[in-house]
Design a protein around this ligand. Structure first.
Ligand SMILES: Nc1ncnc2c1ncn2[C@@H]1O[C@H](COP(=O)(O)OP(=O)(O)O)[C@@H](O)[C@H]1O
Ligand SMILES: [Mg+2]
Length: 231
């Protein structure tokens, strides 16, 4: 579904990705791991066309999106749950959710289906978004992504700042998306939790993919995991 081939991405003259290649299949959860500053967010920004790759190729459903506009990439069915969530604080929850609505070639979720996934969300609709907790904001951000009919969801550190119980809820959500045949590319620092729900994993160091393989194998291999990720 998604193929990134030898992406080289720069911020001005500073190169952040050095020929990084990854792939995500339909209905597959793929973890993208690595230390701070490794280039994980840059990979997501390259896929979204926010910081387009200067060299290499990015394809979605066979279509070359390397230099496509971010709005076109969104309409093609790639949704983003950014690390800072980007919820408009001055708007009600229902308005923030409505902003995500659009038609794509993939199944569009109805509000009712989103509330089945996150029952608490229905009771927050009239709440001002600035008063939301971290966990509530995460539900709004993921709900907004689903209302946009995604075929692939990019999650940037979705469990960041959440209590342990809510971290497990985020991991369950990843499994739910997979079961709905949505592809998931997830950047995480909760390494073991995310490996437990992912199919495959890529580890990047300094803008290069240094490990690629099965998530369960890396979860079981303490030596390799500690060497690559320190945990
Ligand atoms: N807006 C930016 N301008 C310049 N350099 C940036 C910018 N954003 C990120 N970088 C640099 O790119 C590299 C990768 O960053 P990033 O993709 O955010 O890492 P990660 O998400 O893995 O922590 C880092 O060296 C970082 O300093
Ligand atoms: Mg990041």
């Amino acid at each position: 579904m998604l193929e990134v081939e030898h992406a080289e991405t720069y911020y001005g003259e500073t190169q952040a990705l050095f020929g990084a290649s990854i792939a995500v299949r339909r209905g597959e959860a793929v973890a993208l791991l690595g230390p701070n500053g490794a280039g994980k967010t840059t990979m997501l920004r390259s896929i979204l066309g926010l910081t387009p790759a200067r060299r290499g190729a990015i394809r979605f459903g066979g279509r070359d999106i390397t230099t496509a506009a971010t709005s076109d990439i969104a309409r093609a069915g790639i949704a983003w749950v950014p690390d800072d969530r980007r919820i408009f604080p001055s708007l009600k929850v229902k308005t923030n959710l409505a902003l995500g609505k659009k038609r794509t070639a993939f199944r569009s979720w109805t509000e009712k289906q989103v509330f089945e996934l996150f029952p608490a969300l229905e009771y927050l609709l009239d709440r001002e978004s600035e008063n939301l907790s971290g966990g509530e904001m995460q539900m709004v951000a993921i709900g907004r992504a689903l209302l946009g009919g995604p075929g692939l969801v990019l999650l940037d550190e979705p469990s960041q700042g959440l209590a342990p119980k809510l971290v497990q809820d985020v991991m369950k959500t990843i499994t739910r998306l997979k079961n709905e045949n949505i592809g998931v590319l997830v950047v995480e620092q909760n390494i073991r939790s995310v490996l437990a729900v992912s199919d495959r994993v890529y580890v990047i160091h300094q803008g290069r993919v240094v490990h690629e393989g099965s998530a369960s194998a890396l979860l079981a291999d303490d030596v390799t995991r500690t060497k690559l990720l320190g945990t």
